[in-house]
Design a protein around this ligand. Structure first.
Ligand code: HEC
Ligand code: HEC
Ligand code: HEC
Ligand code: HEC
Length: 134
């Protein structure tokens, strides 16, 4: 007979493996969460379905950029998972220039609103559509 605690371990292992598989399946979604910048959070973090935003639509440089003389001269080969320099927060964090909240809001919302106007498929325009309490 299996002792009770062994059964517990088996159960926990099973639960963990389910969670891991779920995470793998959702790797195409990024959690946009910057508690180090937004010290007194007013809204929950935002799940961003990255793959869905790339499929058949915009190019990488529509969202990712590095400006030189007003031109987006980003080298797309730097767009690698884990590269800290491509994070929006790498540049949009200080009080000068565009703060991180505005960087996200402006980029996300200008596209969602534009698509809505053009009666195309689009994403949320209202706070609760992106900032979801789970
Ligand atoms: C609709 C806007 C948009 C498009 C189009 C887009 N991205 Fe992104 N991407 C983002 C945002 C926003 C992030 C999150 C950045 C952050 O965490 O600061 C991101 C993050 C990433 C990351 C980092 C993932 C990680 O976890 O380290 C990679 C790599 C990446 N994008 C590659 C690409 C490539 C390659 C393309 C083109 C095929 C592309 N992206 C197109 C908005 C976009
Ligand atoms: C390498 C630095 C860098 C990174 C990384 C970066 N930005 Fe920017 N971004 C800039 C600069 C420089 C400007 C020009 C305006 C300014 O801040 O003076 C700018 C401008 C913008 C603007 C104004 C409209 C436009 O496109 O010109 C938005 C919105 C924006 N960034 C959002 C984002 C988002 C969202 C990300 C992540 C996906 C991101 N930025 C990543 C440097 C960066
Ligand atoms: C270049 C245009 C563009 C930009 C930039 C953009 N989106 Fe979207 N977004 C879309 C479109 C188009 C859809 C609808 C996709 C679909 O239905 O397949 C969408 C859908 C969504 C959805 C809904 C997905 C679902 O499951 O219904 C969310 C959430 C979302 N976007 C969040 C964001 C966030 C957060 C950002 C900024 C980091 C962002 N989007 C930037 C075009 C954009
Ligand atoms: C299209 C998606 C989207 C919509 C719609 C949106 N936001 Fe955001 N917002 C974001 C993202 C992405 C961030 C960055 C979150 C992070 O990195 O922690 C953010 C950050 C914030 C922050 C800073 C972090 C915090 O919690 O203090 C506030 C405040 C905020 N949003 C309020 C709002 C309000 C109010 C509305 C409605 C008027 C709204 N947002 C609509 C995507 C969105």
């Amino acid at each position: 007979m299996i002792p009770k605690y062994n059964l517990m371990i088996l159960l926990i292992a099973a639960l963990l493996s389910i969670t891991t598989t779920d995470l793998m399946a959702q790797q195409d979604s990024l959690l946009l969460n910057h508690p180090e910048i937004f010290l007194n959070r007013q809204r929950p973090p935002v799940t961003f379905p990255h793959n869905r935003h790339v499929e058949g639509g915009p190019s990488c440089k529509d969202c990712h950029h590095q400006y030189k003389n007003g031109e987006n001269s980003l080298d797309e080969s730097t767009l690698q998972e884990g590269n800290p320099e491509i994070r929006c927060s790498a540049c949009h964090h200080s009080r000068s220039g565009i703060h991180l909240r505005e960087a996200f809001h402006y980029q996300c919302l200008s596209c969602h609103k534009k698509n809505e106007k053009e009666r195309k498929k689009t994403g949320p325009r209202f706070c609760g559509g992106c900032h979801l309490w789970n």
